[in-house]
Design a protein around this ligand. Structure first.
Ligand code: FEO
Length: 396
C-alpha cells in the first residue's frame, strides 16, 4: 500500500499488480500491470478518479485511509470496465454521500455490471465541469477507447489529463512517472496493439480534440504517468497513421512439415528482396508480440495446413483475433498445403472480412511443396516486394 503525490492535492492511490499474467482471459501480461486511481483534494470538495480491480480492493482502501480521505464528494468513473470500476460498489458504500460521476452509457453499465443504484449517479456530458473549489474537473467524452462509455477527466488548474486506458501500458513498475515514452516503448506499443488498435479512427478524433488542451501530465489508468504528452502522443500519431513499413508478418502452424517448409522458403525469398520478416509459429508465440508486429506491417501471410475441411483451428483462432484487431495491413496472403480437399483459403478470406487488405494470390498446394510450389512462393515474394515499393508511406 502506497500513496504518492502526483502534484499538490493530487494523489495516486491505485494498486500495482506484479503477479497478474493474463487479462480478459486472453491477453498475456508478461510485465504485470497496474490500476491507477487518484484522489483529488480541492479546497472545498474531494473527488476520487476510478477505483481498482476487485482483488486489489483492500490495497485501495488502505491507500484511502493513508491519504486521509475521510469524506468524498464525487467518485469519477472514466471507464466501466471492472479493472477500474470493480471496487466502485465498495467505494460507494464507504462514502455513501458521494455522487458517482460518468457518462450516460457508463451509468447503464455500472448499474447492470455492478449493481450501482442509478440515483447515486450524476450523468455528465462533454465539456461539463465540477468544481472542487480551487480545482476544476472537466469531462471529455471519448467513446470507443475502448468501450462506448469512456471519458477523460481534465483537471484544468493543474493541466492533468486522466486519460483512462488510452496511452496506458500493462507494466507493473514502482516508477510513478516516465519522462519519455521511449523508455517504455515496448510496453506502450504492446498495449496499443492489444487494446487500442481496432479503434484507430476514434483515437485520431480524440487526439485532434486533445490538441486544443494544455496538458502538463498524462495520467493513464495503467502503467506510468507521463510528465509531458509529447512523447506518447508522438508514438500514437505514428501507430494510428496510415503509414506502413516494409515488413511482413508470417503466422503459421505446420502439422507434418509442409507448411513449415513453405514458410521458410517464403521468408528467405522476402529477406532477399529486402523486406523485414517476422515469423511466428503459433504454437510457441505470444499473442501480444504478434499484435505488436501487426501495428506497422504492410503485409500479413497466414500459413496453415488444411485440417479436415478448413484451416487448422489454431490458425483460425489467430485469424479471428487479427480480424478483431483490424491492423492497417495493406496486403494479405494464405499459404499452405492440403491432403484431399477443403476450402481453407476461402474460409480464411471470410474470417478476415474486417481487414481492408488486398488479398494476394494464395500459394496452396496438394501435398508436399514441390519445385513449382517453391517458384510460386518466390513469385509471391516478388508481388509483395513490388506492392511495398508502390505504396506511398512505406519506409524501410
Ligand atoms: Fe483497463 Fe478497459 O480497462
Amino acid at each position: 500500500m502506497t500513496v504518492r503525490e502526483v502534484l499538490p492535492g493530487i494523489y495516486w492511490i491505485g494498486a500495482i499488480d506484479w503477479d497478474r499474467r493474463l487479462f480478459d482471459a486472453l491477453i498475456p501480461l508478461p510485465e504485470g500491470t497496474s490500476y491507477n486511481a487518484f484522489l483529488i483534494s480541492g479546497s472545498k470538495k474531494t473527488a476520487l478518479i476510478d477505483t481498482v480491480d476487485p482483488p486489489k480492493e483492500l490495497e485501495y482502501v488502505g491507500n484511502l485511509v493513508k491519504a486521509g480521505a475521510e469524506s468524498v464528494d464525487y467518485i469519477i468513473v472514466n471507464h466501466a470496465e471492472q479493472d477500474h470500476s470493480g471496487s466502485l460498489p465498495m467505494a460507494a458504500e464507504l462514502f455513501p454521500r458521494a455522487q458517482i460521476v460518468g457518462s450516460e452509457k457508463c451509468r447503464d453499465l455500472v448499474v447492470n455490471l455492478l449493481g450501482i443504484a442509478p440515483e447515486r449517479f450524476l450523468v455528465v456530458k462533454d465539456g461539463d465541469t465540477i468544481s472542487l473549489g480551487d480545482k476544476t474537473l472537466e469531462f471529455i467524452m471519448a467513446p470507443w477507447v475502448h468501450w462506448p462509455e469512456t471519458m477523460f477527466t481534465y483537471l484544468q488548474e493543474d493541466r492533468v489529463l486522466f486519460s483512462c486506458d488510452l496511452f496506458g501500458s500493462h507494466l507493473a513498475t514502482s516508477d510513478l512517472f516516465v519522462d519519455d515514452a521511449r523508455d517504455i516503448y515496448h510496453s506502450a506499443k504492446r498495449y496499443y496493439a492489444e487494446i487500442m488498435m481496432p479503434f484507430r479512427s476514434n483515437i485520431r478524433e480524440h487526439m485532434t480534440r486533445l490538441s486544443s488542451y494544455d496538458i502538463r501530465i498524462v495520467a493513464p489508468s495503467h502503467g506510468p504517468l507521463y510528465h509531458s504528452p509529447d512523447s506518447i502522443f508522438g508514438a500514437y500519431r505514428d501507430w494510428i497513421s496510415d503509414d506502413v513499413k516494409n515488413e511482413v508478418v508470417i503466422v503459421y502452424v505446420s502439422m507434418h512439415g509442409s507448411t513449415e517448409k513453405m514458410v521458410a522458403h517464403l521468408t528467405s525469398a522476402l529477406v532477399e528482396r529486402d523486406a523485414t520478416v517476422r515469423v511466428f509459429n503459433l504454437l510457441a508465440s505470444d499473442l501480444g508480440e504478434i499484435a505488436m508486429s501487426l501495428v506497422d506491417a504492410a503485409t500479413v501471410v497466414i500459413g496453415t495446413p488444411t485440417m479436415l475441411f478448413g484451416p487448422h483451428p489454431v490458425v483460425a483462432n489467430a485469424a479471428y483475433i487479427t480480424n478483431l484487431l483490424r491492423p492497417k495491413t495493406r496486403f494479405a496472403a494464405v499459404i499452405g498445403s492440403y491432403g484431399w480437399g477443403g476450402n481453407t483459403v476461402g474460409i480464411l478470406k471470410g474470417m478476415l472480412s474486417r481487414l481492408t487488405a488486398e488479398m494476394l494470390e494464395p500459394v496452396y498446394v496438394k501435398g508436399a511443396p514441390d519445385s513449382e510450389c517453391l517458384r510460386n512462393l518466390e513469385a509471391l515474394a516478388d508481388t509483395i516486394a513490388a506492392r511495398h515499393k508502390q505504396i506511398s508511406g512505406t519506409h524501410p
